[in-house]
Design a protein around this ligand. Structure first.
Ligand code: PMP
Length: 428
């Protein structure tokens, strides 16, 4: 895939980084699943909007009105991008973690028992979609098979038997695509199983929404959470989009100005709608940037984008798979349509050392560790962690080839520098 160009221009693509031998090379960002570089069009929109900065919602000045309009338009764009139904709310949050914590505070009590609604979670989840549920409800973790597609029957059975036993789940909290294996889930099947047992579905869209066209209205998913910084916008803004009733009745996520209709010293009348959960001055620029990214992604041919990522992913799987001592976490079959995430280990080398070597000797950025998914890494036999390479719209084929040949050099020749662990970090 040497000649495959990026699908869209991203900022920072020509950044030079220093190597341990004193040379400088263009940075190969193969850590897009952690944070994707902003699209050039997003950066351009942000620069145009920054001079219009003024207080929103409560200011009467001209620029305040412009800022308010920008913010509310961005909200609509973000909701439309994920196929929000007419009555859905779009709440601007900080990121996926924030969105899921917000929703966790809104799961209603069971009308019969009065207990907080139960939430079903799988062990494949990123901690962001496990810990919020573990904290507020008796989250039940169903151990998945190698893929969620293969586990669907288990999920259905758990939902069904809980409903029959009179302890139905209120919610199934599921990732749209795994940040470890890249598996994209059979969303329609999962929704049918959950709705059939009276449970709603929240999708952790952090790894799905940036890479696949997703629609709440078309899939029937009740809530989706995702992050701007993984969707080719800068850090700081994400979204929770979904059904209004739980959100309007739930505990306001933050207490403060903007979330209230009327306050007395002893009691408060809270807003409904997004404002209920967005107390404090909102992140207007973050929302505008996220909406700009949504506009760019919506204008792309989704099949062309998926084909690009898939070609690069396959090259990684094949190229790394051919190298002795490399094990690729290849748990999917062709049916699961994985996103551009490839996780691997190199036997004899700590994943932290592999990542440090790739950075220091080749200028390649990857992620190592357990990817905030300890239960899954443990079940797959990677308790000591692994290395993850991930690609996106801004990735060029040449960067993927660089990674494959760098890992081959590591295996054939060993690292050229000495690496030590200092404060849990591998350093040259
Ligand atoms: N879910 C998944 C599947 C993720 O990959 C991530 C980020 N690695 C998150 C949730 C959390 O995203 P954020 O840090 O933006 O809240």
């Amino acid at each position: 895939v040497h000649d495959v160009p990026p699908v869209l221009p991203v900022v920072g693509a020509d950044t030079l980084v220093p190597l341990v031998d004193g040379r400088q090379v263009p940075y190969a960002n193969l850590d897009v699943a952690a944070s994707a570089p902003a699209l050039q069009a997003v950066a351009d929109r942000v620069s145009r909007v920054l001079p219009l900065y003024a207080s929103v919602h409560r200011g009467a000045g001209y620029l305040s009105q412009v800022s308010t309009a920008l913010y509310e338009t961005a909200r609509r764009t973000v909701g439309t991008f994920v196929g929000a139904r007419d009555d859905d709310l779009t709440i601007v949050t900080r990121n996926t973690t924030d969105s899921l914590n917000l929703l966790a505070g809104c799961v209603p009590a069971d009308p019969v028992t009065g207990e907080r609604g139960r939430v079903l979670v799988l062990d494949i989840e990123h901690h962001a979609n496990l810990l919020p549920w573990q904290r507020v409800t008796d989250a039940t973790v169903v151990t998945g098979g190698p893929t969620v597609s293969a586990t669907l029957a288990e999920i259905e059975e758990e939902l069904r038997s809980a409903a029959v036993a009179g302890r139905p789940y209120a919610l199934l909290a599921l990732t749209g695509a795994s940040n470890v294996t890249g598996e994209a889930l059979p969303v329609a099947d999962v929704v049918a199983a959950a709705h059939g047992a009276g449970a709603r579905v929240v999708l952790d869209g952090a790894q799905l929404v940036p890479h696949r066209r997703f629609s709440l209205a078309e899939t029937g998913v009740d809530y989706v959470a995702f992050s701007g910084h993984k969707t080719y916008a800068p850090f700081g803004a994400g979204a929770l989009v979904g059904r209004r009733d739980w959100l309007d009745a739930g505990t306001p996520y933050l207490a403060g100005g903007g979330a209230v209709r009327r306050v007395r010293t002893a009691s408060t009348d809270w807003h409904e709608g997004p404002a209920r959960h967005e107390a404090g001055s909102p992140n207007v620029i973050g929302a505008v940037a996220l909406a700009a990214a949504c506009d760019e992604l919506a204008a792309l041919d989704p099949r062309a984008a998926a084909r690009h990522e898939d070609a690069l992913r396959r090259r990684l799987v094949d190229g790394l798979g051919e190298i002795d001592r490399v094990e690729v976490v290849h748990v999917w079959d062709d049916a699961v349509d994985p996103v551009g995430v490839v996780t691997f280990t190199v036997s004899g080398y700590d994943p932290g050392l592999v990542a440090a070597y790739l950075s220091a000797e080749h200028g390649i950025g990857v992620r190592d560790g357990r990817f905030c998914a300890h239960p899954l890494l443990g079940r797959l036999g990677f308790d000591a962690g692994a290395v993850r390479a991930s690609v996106g719209l801004g990735t060029a084929g040449e960067e993927v080839e660089r990674l494959v040949s760098a890992v081959r050099s590591l295996v054939d020749e060993g690292p050229q520098a000495r690496y030590d662990v200092v404060d849990s970090l591998w350093v040259v």
